[in-house]
Design a protein around this ligand. Structure first.
Ligand SMILES: [Zn+2]
Length: 212
């Protein structure tokens, strides 16, 4: 996809996520690799009203080449691109349900959500929890870098998910699947649930391996 089309796709994706309540205010950010480096949504921008021409064009090492100043969370995206050469897009949201799950004290930090559905296993698989750091703390970038070696999707404690994909539609489908699975998980709180068993999960992972 050429850069102009990718800019349009980022703006359309932001509007779709915003209109359906996956993000609010000026929270969340979207990025995608392009020939010159990667495109990122600007700081203080609302995902519902992005101007494709004003997206921040970033170099491979995370410097602003052109466009509006980048999101203050650019370092999250940079850590994933530097760690995982096969991933082409990253979506970070403060989605209500996934953020609620990031507040639970009794989850497994190595893999926060159980394998409730096949689509969750296929699109997310494993979801490590990254400990809380205050906004702007560069230690968060290192923690995300470490977690991204294990999974293309991570959950930031007391903050929200960061989900990558081979391309922007894969990353968006995955972050939506995560938000809906978090919603199911919260709805089922206190109920006796029957997640997929290890053999069912292994069968899905063999047929739909996570992105490299
Ligand atoms: Zn954030």
């Amino acid at each position: 996809m050429n850069e102009a089309d990718l800019r349009d796709q980022i703006a359309e994706t932001g509007a779709a996520l915003y209109q359906r309540g996956y993000t609010h205010g000026s929270t969340g950010n979207i990025s995608a690799r392009c020939d010159a480096g990667w495109l990122l949504t600007p700081t203080n921008s609302c995902l519902g009203r992005l101007d494709p021409a004003r997206l921040s064009l970033m170099s491979a090492d995370g410097r602003l080449i052109s466009g509006d100043p980048p999101s203050k969370e650019a370092f999250l995206h940079l850590a994933i691109y530097q760690e995982r050469s096969g991933l082409g897009a990253v979506v970070h949201l403060h989605g209500t349900h996934s953020t609620a799950v990031s507040l639970l004290a009794d989850v497994d930090p190595a893999d926060v959500l159980p394998p409730l559905t096949a689509y969750y296993v296929m699109r997310i698989g494993r979801l490590p929890l990254v400990p809380y750091f205050k906004p702007g703390d560069v230690a968060l970038a290192e923690a995300v870098r470490t977690a991204a070696r294990l999974s293309h999707a991570v959950l930031l404690a007391n903050h929200g998910p960061v989900v990558a994909g081979v391309g922007l539609s894969a990353a968006t489908d995955a972050v939506e699947e995560l938000e809906q699975t978090a919603r199911l998980f919260l709805m089922l709180e206190g109920r006796n649930i029957r997640p997929l068993d290890p053999a069912q999960v292994a069968e899905l992972r063999a047929a739909f391996p996570p992105p490299k």
